[in-house]
Design a binder for this molecule. Structure first.
Ligand code: AP5
Length: 227
């Protein structure tokens, strides 16, 4: 199964991407995570991306396009993948079309997580992430067992630097101006499915599984692994 998750910051793309990649045994390709890894490792790419990410703007197309192209050519993407946070501009979408045509791996479905502003603000302001493994929590919705400590690896939880109020505003503006037009782009290609990002995780997971069954996507994945 080959999916794109499209939606505003805080819609739950990353949260559902983790569930789906595990349940369907497909690669989770998140440009946000890849850029944050590069930033933590202080690579030249990470340092370049930092300038944009800190302010809530988009990292230049040529950087993320090259990152994704390289990632998609790796062996594990052949069994299926899920793109989380990419594409985000028309140029990224067009370049992705070309890459996937070259690799003969067409997209099955673009999931658009339509989400209300009040929910977005609540999600982003309450999000906490592990400083070591990157696992995501929420102060109200998904609390760790011990306050401030990651259940998975025991490291401290922190707030993402781009989850500050002023930066959130810029991220939302970038989303509206540069990413929202992709909804129509994929609608025209007849691969878009709209789901409600406002739903709680178990409800939306159920909706997604029903949607995949309706689209006949289950049959393509011999390796579905629900464990
Ligand atoms: P990125 O990391 O992609 O951030 P984003 O798209 O803004 O998305 P978020 O990670 O904020 O939200 P999400 O939808 O994944 O929500 P989550 O599941 O965490 O990008 C960061 C930056 O990198 C960009 O600003 C840009 O600078 C750069 N970048 C990345 N990709 C780029 C690209 N292609 N081009 C250019 N630049 C790029 O959920 C949020 C919170 O809500 C969590 O705490 C979670 O626990 C909770 N939650 C989630 N779902 C639910 C639910 N259903 N019910 C209750 N709580 C929930």
């Amino acid at each position: 199964m080959r999916l794109i998750l499209l939606g505003p910051p805080g819609a739950g793309k990353g949260t559902h991407a983790q569930v789906l990649s595990k349940n369907w045994n497909i690669a989770h390709i998140s440009t946000g995570d890849m850029l944050r890894d590069a930033l933590r490792a202080a690579t030249p790419l990470g340092l370049k991306a930092k300038e944009y990410m800190e302010k809530g703007g988009l990292v230049p197309d040529e950087i993320v396009i090259a990152l994704v192209r390289e990632r998609l050519s790796k062996g594990d993407a052949k069994k299926g993948f899920l793109l989380d946070g990419f594409p985000r501009t028309s140029q990224q979408a067009e370049s992705l079309d070309e890459t996937l045509k070259d690799l003969t791996m067409p997209i099955d479905l673009v999931l658009y997580f339509k989400t209300s502003l009040a929910v977005i603000i609540r999600r982003l302001s309450g999000r906490r992430v592990c400083s070591k493994c990157g696992k995501t929590y929420h102060l109200v919705n998904f609390k760790p067992k011990i306050q401030g400590i990651c259940d998975a690896c025991g490291a401290d939880l922190m707030q993402r630097s781009d989850d500050r109020e002023d930066v959130i505003e810029n991220r939302l503006k970038a989303y509206e101006k540069q990413t929202e037009p992709l909804i129509d782009y994929y609608k025209k290609k007849k691969v878009l499915a709209e789901v409600s990002g406002d739903l709680e995780v178990p409800e939306l997971s159920e909706e997604l599984e029903k949607l995949f069954a309706k689209k006949g996507l289950g049959a393509q994945v011999g390796s579905k692994n629900k464990k």
